[in-house]
Design a binder for this molecule. Sequence first.
Ligand SMILES: Nc1ncnc2c1ncn2[C@@H]1O[C@H](COP(=O)(O)OP(=O)(O)OP(=O)(O)O)[C@@H](O)[C@H]1O
Ligand SMILES: [Mg+2]
Length: 288
Amino acid sequence: MQDQASKLRDISRNRNDEDQTVSSTVMAVTSGKGGVGKSNMSTNLALALVQYGKKVLLMDFDLGLANVDVLFGLYPRFTLRDVLNGKKKLKDILIEGPEGLMIIPASSGVEEMVNLSALQKERLIKDVRSFKNEVDIVLVDTGSGIYADVVKMLVAANEIILIVTPEPTSITDAYAVIKVVSKYKKYPRIKLLINMCKNIADAKNTGKKITEAAKRFLDVEIGEVWGVPFDTHVAMAVRQQKPFLLQYPEVAVSSNIRKIAGNILGAQNFNHYQNGFGIESFFQDLMD
Ligand SMILES: Nc1ncnc2c1ncn2[C@@H]1O[C@H](COP(=O)(O)OP(=O)(O)OP(=O)(O)O)[C@@H](O)[C@H]1O
Ligand SMILES: [Mg+2]
């Protein structure tokens, strides 16, 4: 981990203003504990952002339990590995989700990104560069926990959406994620999404516990706290392999997701994002 740690520090340090022209932003959707709703939240949030007129790319980089394609009922033919092998361009492996959402499905190949030859690296970066203007926002479903590969994605991303439920185990695991990220980034941009809460008080309570602990013990300021209620329509939509936002647009969980998407795009935040380092440096960092 020492080697990994010093590499991650270099990533943060090497960031400077030269990439300011990049207009895409990369948001990693993660959690401490598994099964708290990362894939469902990232999938539906991505769609809500598309509905606001943004060009959105959803990348399933959960190395353990990738399942974004299953949530959409899609059957990918190619993966990132085909891009790394030079057989396909990034554009060719995208699958089109509903309403023009772009998806990079269950990406076998992500693990290999650290062991690429110079030629492969150059090819991938060229490919990403030619593609980056076609994307405003990239959402990455990262998988859960504080494994080195997940942490690397979190450090490489411009923003982190940390999904947590009101359960004590989820809360302590979320705190562990903030703690490890704060080791590598002095000012990580973290937003909390409290999922499956009973009511607003439940969400506020959970949010407060985490934001206070992060501030007090880690000196990390959490950017936003969002709440999404427990709603049986989520599981119903999963069974139908359709995003709940499209299947049940009127229910509370859908309007909450639209509100969060609106909040992400809200002027004061989004100007900030426009200066993000974007998809190119995200891939660059994953290869380092
Ligand atoms: N707001 C919600 N209300 C009710 N059920 C929910 C909600 N969000 C997620 N779920 C349910 O929780 C389960 C886990 O969701 P999901 O697969 O999105 O989590 P995950 O964090 O991606 O899991 P994993 O760690 O396995 O990748 C699903 O069965 C889903 O139906
Ligand atoms: Mg998942």
